[in-house]
Design a protein around this ligand. Structure first.
Ligand SMILES: *Cc1c(COP(=O)(O)O)cnc(C)c1O
Length: 416
């Protein structure tokens, strides 16, 4: 037997273990299309694959990893709390929830907070609060409350939420959908005002649309929405699950226009990149609509989530990450613009939430992301034509430089 034949025979009898990638493909639902890479470790703005290769994370798990991967302060808060008390349900008080909610309300200027887990749950909570407020306070006839949303919105994947999406794929095959929603063009304040009826309970809006492709509304839009909502006694609810907690260079993206909403959803970064932690926050008379038994969540507000969420908020202040996002974001945007490649048709965003529009005649945004992976940078396209650049807020200048150089090389590689 030749060496080659013996090796071939051995390969036959001793199958190599299937890779985690193939196991996912074989046993998982195919509801994602991940890049072909298997990550095993993260530290700060870096991720490492199973071959030990290092990548810059320019996506931060859709903005959930604002503090970088496994921030030691947050990991310590997590492990200490996990060893003491993790989950109790809300049937009892814990020493962790009150202080977390106090910190959250004081930082955001909202009166009360209701903790949930995912962003979609926070938005569902907002919908329930707005409807009940409309019936009990605004005296909208029972069953008639209407909620306005913006075209291009993304608020999660529950059946109610995809029911008011304008994205055909998010809806296809999942109906029938809940009634009581209508949409208006994003960034168009007069269109909002025209759509308001006496039955309108709330307008739910992202200050910058993230999943729609980092869409920034015209200056003055949020302030105009605030004024219109106040005049018509309609709740302005800002979905800041993605834009909140410093991502755009302000604590809340609403702060850029000095606007205070009546309701606010937070998620993603609130869990410090370690756990799903979300919240619906609101003014007093809105949150007062919930009475015991109206709403809840087995895991929402558990002491482990509260400890990590609280530590994340303290860390945000201690490391001045809001200011950092503003400075690093402006630098990132300027550097990407300076690439001046003809395939880049627009660079937009605010803070460290940046979208790079790629001319589809040149390449798909997915192809750019694949090329970026080969250059040691990980990110995800959004809406086929936009490359999202949303690194952890702790990213350093040199890392931004490296990411921008990688983008320039990836574009050159695609041309070749
Ligand atoms: C991601 C996102 C959500 C949904 O959060 P999940 O944790 O995925 O349920 C809601 N709103 C906005 C603006 C988001 O970006």
């Amino acid at each position: 037997m030749t060496t080659a034949a013996r090796a071939a025979a051995l390969r036959h009898t001793v199958p190599t273990p299937p890779s985690p990638l193939h196991l996912e493909a074989a046993y998982g639902a195919h509801n994602y299309h991940p890049l072909p890479i298997v990550l095993t470790r993260g530290a700060g703005a870096y991720l490492f694959d199973d071959a030990g290769r290092r990548y810059l994370d320019m996506m931060s798990a859709y903005s959930a990893v604002s503090f970088g991967h496994s921030h030691p302060v947050l990991v310590q808060a997590l492990t200490e709390q996990a060893g003491r008390l993790a989950v109790t349900s809300r049937a009892f008080h814990t020493d962790r929830l009150g202080p977390f909610l106090q910190k959250l309300c004081r930082m955001t200027g909202m009166a009360r907070a209701l903790p949930m887990n995912s962003g979609a749950e926070a938005v569902e909570t907002a919908i329930k609060a707005a409807r009940k407020w409309a019936y009990k306070v605004k005296h909208v006839p029972e069953g008639q409350a209407q909620i306005l949303v913006a075209e291009g919105n993304f608020a999660g994947r529950t059946t109610t939420i995809v029911g008011f999406s304008s994205e055909a794929q998010y809806r296809d095959g999942f109906g029938p959908f809940a009634p009581g929603f209508a949409s208006v063009p994003f960034g168009d304040a007069p269109a909002l005002e025209a759509a308001i009826t006496p039955h309108t309970a709330a307008f739910i809006v992202e200050p910058i649309q993230g999943e729609a492709g980092i869409v920034v509304p015209p200056a003055g839009y949020l302030a105009a929405v605030r004024e219109i909502c106040t005049r018509h006694n309609v709740l302005m609810i800002c979905d800041e699950v993605q834009t909140g907690l410093g991502r755009t260079g302000a604590l809340l993206a609403c702060d850029h226009e000095g606007v205070k909403p009546d309701g606010l959803t937070l998620g993603k970064a609130l869990g410090g990149g370690l756990l799903p932690v979300s919240a619906f926050l609101a003014r007093d008379d809105v949150m007062a609509q919930f009475t015991p038994g109206d709403h809840g969540s087995t895991f929402g507000g558990n002491p482990l989530a509260a400890a990590v969420g609280h530590a994340a908020l303290l860390l945000l202040e201690r490391e001045h990450l809001v200011q950092r996002a503003a400075e690093q974001g402006a630098y990132l945007m300027a550097q990407v613009q300076a690439i001046a490649h003809p395939a880049i048709t627009e660079v937009r965003g605010r803070g460290l939430l940046v979208g790079v529009e790629i001319d589809p005649a040149f390449a798909s945004a997915r192809a750019v992301c694949e090329a970026l992976m080969h250059e040691g940078v990980l990110t995800k396209d959004t809406h086929h034509t936009v490359v999202r650049l949303a690194p952890p807020l702790v990213i350093e200048r040199e890392q931004i430089d490296a990411a921008v150089q990688a983008l320039a090389r990836a574009l050159r590689r695609l041309k070749a």
